[in-house]
Write a protein that binds this ligand. Structure first.
Ligand code: AMP
Ligand code: ZN
Length: 113
């Protein structure tokens, strides 16, 4: 269905950080920080706007939030980190399968907000 579905199905190799029945978390191939993990629901939803019309998407987003917590602990980010979701064209989303970037391992200073 998409490149992240292929990664989840192990058709494309990736570096797994954490997974359970609902989420797959793996190292970004083009990291912008010492820690850059993608947290991805195992079911294909296009973007965060799906949550409004899709109950199942809402459920998976809860699991994504829990997985962010797990990744932060695994990667030793208890002092802080940033979570980014790029949504649709204007948000710079390149892979049309909802995902959250967990970025950390350095003091993050470049802020838009
Ligand atoms: P976005 O621009 O928010 O849609 O993020 C897509 C992210 O997927 C980028 O940060 C890419 O570096 C990352 N990416 C694309 N292909 C792969 C891959 N095969 N393995 C790991 N990360 C990937
Ligand atoms: Zn997909």
């Amino acid at each position: 269905m998409c490149i992240f579905c292929d990664i989840i199905d192990k058709k494309i190799p990736s570096s797994c950080v954490y997974e359970n029945d609902y989420v797959y978390c793996f190292n970004d191939i083009n990291p912008v920080a010492p820690v850059h993990v993608l947290v991805v629901p195992k079911k294909h939803f296009e973007d965060i706007m799906d949550i409004a019309t899709n109950e199942e998407c809402a459920f998976y987003m809860g699991e994504v939030a829990k997985a962010v917590n797990e990744v932060a602990k695994i990667k030793g980010l208890e002092e802080g980190f940033r979570v980014i979701n790029n949504c649709r064209e204007m948000g710079g989303q390149t892979v049309k399968h909802i995902h959250f970037h967990v970025i950390g391992g350095l003091k993050l200073t470049e802020k838009m907000i």
